[in-house]
Design a binder for this molecule. Structure first.
Ligand code: AP5
Ligand code: MG
Length: 220
């Protein structure tokens, strides 16, 4: 049985930050639906143009498009031993589609880790976030500053502020999260795979808590 780990949390909870920290330790590829859309947007593919319209308004990209993109990504050889999914699934329909695509390759979601962070903290996190142009590595001007301002520590590429991190769009994203994604917490709880970590602790402490939670569940 192949293990897939899902990271759930509101915008700015630290999904990307934590996926980066734990994917190498768990020997699992980090698959971020948001990063895949942004790569397509940068390359101006048809998928990117379509997704961009939703992303910049803070809305979800339609399920059929998102599910097709993830199905293709999961079918690549590096996912044969599982993957760490960041930002997918995000609706009950996506969760059902994931379960059925995994069952066809003898896989399953073995941990759904919910990174809990209250709304009041999210706005500051997103307002101060700087993202790397090349690979989506994430920094924060106060909480996780790069060594050289404006430059990624890992690959030297330019850091930029995401279009959807403007405060009005952030409010919309949080609203959509509460409405469409939060029900997945109950969905995975009912299936006995939900683990919750306190995402307000330091980045390093959240990493340790996440690793302890997924390893306890037998993923590593
Ligand atoms: P996506 O890119 O997934 O955005 P998101 O879910 O809104 O989450 P973020 O990436 O904003 O936050 P994060 O949790 O990764 O936090 P991060 O680690 O960066 O999706 C973007 C858009 O794409 C969506 O709105 C939608 O349009 C579309 N999309 C994507 N997936 C989709 C799907 N499945 N279905 C439909 N549409 C989809 O951290 C944030 C900041 O906080 C950073 O600056 C970081 O340094 C800092 N930080 C992190 N942890 C801590 C900590 N513990 N203490 C202090 N600071 C911290
Ligand atoms: Mg992210």
């Amino acid at each position: 049985m192949t293990s897939f780990i899902v990271l759930i949390g509101p915008p700015g909870a630290g999904k990307g930050t934590q996926a980066e920290a734990i994917s190498s330790k768990l020997h699992l590829p980090h698959i971020s639906s948001g990063d895949l859309f942004r790569e397509n947007l940068k390359d101006q593919t048809e998928l990117g143009k379509l997704a961009g319209g939703y992303i910049n308004k803070g809305e979800l990209v339609p399920d059929d498009v998102t599910i097709a993109m993830i199905r293709e990504r999961i079918s690549k050889p590096d996912c044969q031993s599982g993957a760490l999914l960041d930002g997918f699934p995000r609706t009950p329909a996506q969760a059902e589609a994931l379960a059925s695509m995994l069952s066809s390759i003898n896989g399953q979601v073995t941990s759904a880790t919910y990174i809990a962070v209250p709304e009041s903290v999210l706005v500051d996190r997103l307002a101060g976030r700087w993202t790397c142009r090349k690979s989506g590595h994430v920094f924060h001007e106060n909480f996780c500053p790069p060594q050289v301002p404006g430059k990624c520590d890992l690959d030297g590429s330019e850091l930029y502020q995401r279009e959807d991190d403007k405060s009005e769009t952030v409010k919309r994203r949080i609203h959509i999260y509460l409405e469409q994604t939060q029900p997945l917490i109950e969905y995975y709880h009912q299936r006995g795979v939900l683990v919750e970590v306190d995402g307000t602790k330091s980045i390093e402490q959240v990493t340790l808590d996440l690793l302890a939670a997924v390893q306890k569940d037998g993923n590593a």
